[in-house]
Design a protein around this ligand. Sequence first.
Ligand code: PEP
Ligand code: MN
Length: 341
Amino acid sequence: MVIVMKPNSGEKEIREITKVLEQLGLGVHISKGTERTIIGVIGDKRVLCGVPLELMPGVEKLVPIVESYKLAGRTFKPEPSVIDVSGVKIGGKELVIMAGPCSVESMEQILEAARAAKKSGAQFLRGGAFKPRTSPYAFQGLEEEGLKLMQEAKEETGLLIISEVTSEKNVEIADKYVDMFQIGARNVQNFQLLREVGRSQKPVLFKRGPSTTIDEWLNAAEYIMSEGNYNVVLCERGIRTFETATRNTLDISAVPVVKSLSHLPIIVDPSHAAGKSQYVLPLSKAAIAAGADGLIVEMHPNPRCALSDAAQQLTPEEFDNLCKDISRIATIIDREFKYGG
Ligand code: PEP
Ligand code: MN
């Protein structure tokens, strides 16, 4: 349930209501919009039986939440969220592009990728250090050493760092290096891991699983948010369908659907959807045209020699063309992207 406050209600009324709810053992989440404040009530509503909340000063109405997720939903927070990651805002007017190799492989490789990403206008360097590979015999990533290399690339270029975490233990390690945690598709319902990043205040890029419905995905986001971390950005990366021409099927519909159900920003990963570099540009353009707040794109100085996901990574030149096209689309849809930084 949410309590919608009257436009002219003040701090005193909000405090009074919070006190009553907390005394009853309920969780209280306050969302201050430009026009009015909404108080989200979490917990077993049966304790409210006989409590005339609607008669308390400042209360306009009580609205039940029908969705099983609450903090991630629009009823709780009607206005879109803008997530600030070390000064870069995701979900505002400016589009955000994250780019870099699938895996961090060497100093030379990550530096070259970072320089290319920066030159074309990306704000984030991506790179996997803890790699959740389909086969246990495939390259598993450089782990902490990879994060250190990313940090050096950050020092040179000023790009922010995003990298995937796959266990509670490596959340602790990655926390020292990254600006944003990435939770990958395979861990979308690893609830212990979600709670762990939820206990941090560090922003989380939360990918959709290959077989999760949007409802399941938003419920999973709720696990992070219910621990107190509201800095969640969703990422559509393709879902499993009967089609085999691409690695996954990019669910473009997820962009407007998520925007209607949730206030959280959503970006798109065209690389893991396509699985083939030739489709990354058209999917990126479609995603931005559909209203995505940004992209996370795999780019490698020498894709053919990549230790993971070689077929889908763009060359720096291809990535540069993508950024140029995105900046053109941005002007048409009243967004911004500074091609060339
Ligand atoms: C990745 O971004 O490197 C990755 C493994 O992606 P996903 O979790 O979407 O498969
Ligand atoms: Mn990859």
